[in-house]
Design a protein around this ligand. Structure first.
Ligand SMILES: Cc1cc2nc3c(=O)[nH]c(=O)nc-3n(C[C@H](O)[C@H](O)[C@H](O)COP(=O)(O)OP(=O)(O)OC[C@H]3O[C@@H](n4cnc5c(N)ncnc54)[C@H](O)[C@@H]3O)c2cc1C
Length: 427
């Protein structure tokens, strides 16, 4: 007799364990990949609209790593009902270039720096409270297609082995990596993107309601550096650098700025580093198609960030909610085709296409400025009221405001700045 298996049962079991890993199968209406702000908000809305939802996150807990500085706007956070203890309000906006400084002060705080972990976990908890099942330590590896090439499942590695999650609609909220759409061959790598490095530090002297943006070659050759107060003695000091425009490593540049105590970093006094953050953000404009049969891309996966200051959290939450709603509606009507999911792309493009295009124009101007030109640019920024400055930095250009500034502002330089975006601002 030919012996083809080990004799003892214990060895046999071991042999099977090694050679045949059992794949677990799960079935949901909506499978969301990534529990960042876009994913949790999508899951929340799909669950709220009666779908059975799985939210898959590769890290051990939601927001284990922080990849963002967390600047956002109180009005938006209020509209998402984000608790006020999730952020530190900001009302003074300071800007410095090598030889110029400007501070624009508002009457009330309109900006905020988020406690990123608290906020992202709150968003995931909201989804869970509506019935979403959160699977952490679940790293999605690739997508499974039917014979017509439509996505019907995702394969993930988990601590208990491989798992396959089948669903009717998949929401790729995996951020910069866009793991699902990439595995389907729908997307390629981002060509232009921002890289940021940041330390959360305890500082001796902190002005809690004042942020700093620092521009010029010494801070960042294609981007800017920042000081964002988080609350108490904590601030985030960071550097963002545009790729491929500059080859500079943001971590090296950040260490340099802190060591040399450049500009307003000096005023922070003694600094004790608490935590290091690092992240990538797409900056390719609205180049991606964001709906396919059974699939929606949202947040950074979809490239939905304001390229001027690389700000995407509020859009991730807002369009995550839209994605969840549209997915639920499509499932309800038994038609999850690209055509039926198209409403999602229409809604988000209608809302931000012109803003992103205008912001891209200003960014193109800013990225090429020399130190001297930055000094002059700050003279233009000085002329703006707090409201105008915030609209500008948020790329929330209202047409009437832009036309007024472009045609009637007493300073010609301000008129030129706003003339640049006048034609693309939505009518
Ligand atoms: C340095 C830097 C600073 C920034 N500062 C700001 C700022 O001040 N304000 C602002 O509004 N925006 C800022 N942004 C942008 C902002 O962080 C993003 O726009 C926002 O986080 C997008 O949310 P998201 O949910 O799409 O993606 P993410 O927040 O990246 O979330 C994606 C999630 O998917 C998970 N994931 C990834 N791959 C897999 C996988 N294979 N399987 C399972 N899970 C997976 C990740 O672990 C993560 O939890 C900054 C970005 C960078 C890089």
């Amino acid at each position: 007799m030919i012996e083809f298996m080990p004799k003892k049962p214990s060895k046999l079991l071991f042999w099977f364990k090694i050679n045949f890993k059992v794949t677990k199968e799960f079935h949901y209406d909506v499978v969301v990949v990534g529990a960042g702000p876009a994913g949790s908000s999508s899951a929340y809305m799909a669950s709220k609209n009666s779908c059975k939802v799985a939210l898959l996150e590769k890290e051990d807990v939601v927001a284990q790593s922080v990849r963002t500085s967390g600047v956002t706007w109180i009005k938006d956070m209020d509209s998402f009902e984000i608790p006020k203890d999730c952020y530190n309000p900001i009302k003074n906006f300071s800007f410095c270039s090598p030889n110029n400084v400007v501070t624009i002060s508002d009457d009330i705080p309109r900006a905020a720096v988020l406690d990123v972990r608290k906020t992202y976990r709150w968003l995931a908890e909201q989804a869970q409270s509506e019935g979403t099942e959160l699977f952490t330590k679940t790293n999605v590896i690739d997508a499974i297609k039917d014979s017509d090439g439509r996505i019907i499942g995702v394969r993930a590695s988990t601590p208990d082995g491989e798992a396959v999650f089948y669903g009717k609609v998949f929401i790729d909220a995996s951020g910069f990596g866009t793991v699902v759409a990439k595995s389907l061959g729908y997307t390629t790598k981002w060509k232009r993107f921002g890289v940021g490095a940041e330390y959360e530090v305890n500082a001796e002297n902190v002005v809690q309601d004042t942020w700093w943006l620092m521009v010029g070659q010494e801070y960042s050759p294609a981007g800017y550096a920042w000081i964002f107060p988080v609350g108490g003695k904590k601030v985030r000091v960071g550097v963002g650098i545009g790729k491929p425009e500059s080859a500079v490593d943001p971590t090296e540049r950040l260490n340099d700025i802190i060591e040399k105590k450049l500009g307003p970093v000096k005023d922070l006094g003694k600094i004790d580093k608490i935590e290091f953050h690092y992240g990538l953000i797409p900056n390719d404009g609205l180049t991606r198609k964001t709906v396919y049969d059974n699939l929606i891309l949202v947040g950074d996966s979809a490239g939905q960030a304001n390229p001027l200051v690389l700000e995407g959290i509020r859009y991730a939450i807002r369009f995550g909610q839209v994605a969840g709603q549209v997915a639920a509606k499509a499932i309800g009507s038994n038609d999850t085709s690209e055509k039926n999911l198209q409403e999602y792309e229409q809604v988000w493009k209608e809302a931000i296409q012109s803003k992103i295009t205008s912001a891209g124009k200003v960014q193109a101007r800013w990225i090429g400025l020399s130190d001297k030109e930055w000094d002059k640019e700050l003279d233009i920024i000085k002329e703006l009221s707090a409201e105008e400055f915030l609209d500008f930095i948020k790329a929330d250009f209202g047409l009437s405001n832009v036309v007024r500034l472009a045609t009637h502002h007493p300073k010609i330089a301000v008129r030129q700045l706003f003339n640049m975006v006048k034609d693309v601002v939505k009518r």
